[in-house]
Design a protein around this ligand. Sequence first.
Ligand SMILES: [Zn+2]
Length: 159
Amino acid sequence: MCNHILNERFIKYGENVIDLAISNVKAGGLPFAAIIVHQDGEMIGKGVNQVAKNMDCTAHAEIQAIREASRNKKNVSLKGATLIASGEPCALCYMAIRIAEIMKVIIVSNRYESEKHGFDYLWTYQYCNTSLFDELEIVKLDNDRKLLPFQLANPNFSG
Ligand SMILES: [Zn+2]
């Protein structure tokens, strides 16, 4: 599949991941969602933050999406896939992404935008070797609605 068509799909998946994050907020969850796209452009997994719902501190959106994609593909390696996240992955999720052999990550909002809206996980990165970030291709996707999930979840922080 040519890059142009793939990029159009990523823009669409960027919209989808924001919608998923908004739905999760409306369901009482945190404003984080992730989608995993196979190298042929097909969505193979999605997830939302279910930490409180599942009483599982590892049930971050990205990890839930990895779990679903691996079940769908019947493979723990998701080599060649791309993960699209509504909020930048924390260090735990970046590590899970790397272990799943996903080398491309598209983020709609970054760690500082999350922090500014009351979701501060900047501290997680201090336990992470920076060579991890050098290996991954991390792309920021522009979207006008990028902060909406945060604003809905935490109206007092709408900066
Ligand atoms: Zn995480």
